[in-house]
Design a protein around this ligand. Sequence first.
Ligand code: LER
Ligand code: MN
Length: 295
Amino acid sequence: MQIAIHNWMRAETLESTLQRISGLGYTHLEIQGAPESYKSSEVKELLEKYQIQCWGSVTLMLEERNLLAKNPDQRKRSVQYVLDLGQLVADLGGKVISLVPGTVGKIIPDARPEEEWEWAVEGVKEIYKFTEANGLKIGIEPINRFETYFINRGAQALALAEAVGPNCGVCLDTFHMNIEEVDLFDTMKQVGSRLVNFHVADNNRMAPGMGKLDWKRIMSTLKEIEYDQVLSVEFCPPIDRTPANPYPNSIDEAPEGLSPEQLKFLQDHGSTAVTEEFYTMLTQRSIDQLKPYLQ
Ligand code: LER
Ligand code: MN
């Protein structure tokens, strides 16, 4: 089992991220799904320089990106976005695409359930052709109801994966499972061998170990279902603008290089721009919590 970390949660250069995570003992990066921002040859050089491997990429389903949009051209563009992201992962030697089918933050449907299901299956099948041909895995990721109305639970992600093909997988996320599942351990067992990626953060979406989740049991359940690939750290700290904030240094009031879209994406996740110091603390706490389980 290896440890990766995402980089969508902080607007900074890729080099700053790689400097921080390589210094803290991470071996992998789950690169943000922004193929338009990266030249794979340059990213490869940086990964080489900091001895970090690309584990995969997570879709950033912002703005009009939506595999189940009513407008067929919008669906087509959204499939193309994921194919471009998949090409970046393939170029970087990565293995997985964490796929959220619908726009994050969109919680009102556009069409009838059967239509949306059919469009989702159609779109993911398009992407599946590419991943099968390029040795990649799709991990359909359930996220909580305040981020999407479509796939919120493991059982729904499993149903979509089964409708797409035998090698289509699921990506589970401890933060979202804690909100949506009756029993997250049952869900992990139900997904079983289709589990291709595992995102980790605590119930408050702080670093693993900074909330109430039972990490010992989470890790023993992963062992039970024989998942031993990568734990992918994806904390996204809640905003606390009150005197009760236990981390008074956390909010970055003047973030550099943060686009309005990135800020909205953070805000859609109940977060905002945080300081370098606070972000490094969360990055450190995550690997400190998980490392003992990797022995
Ligand atoms: C994606 O991995 C995720 O967990 C979402 O909250 C982000 O859109
Ligand atoms: Mn996730």
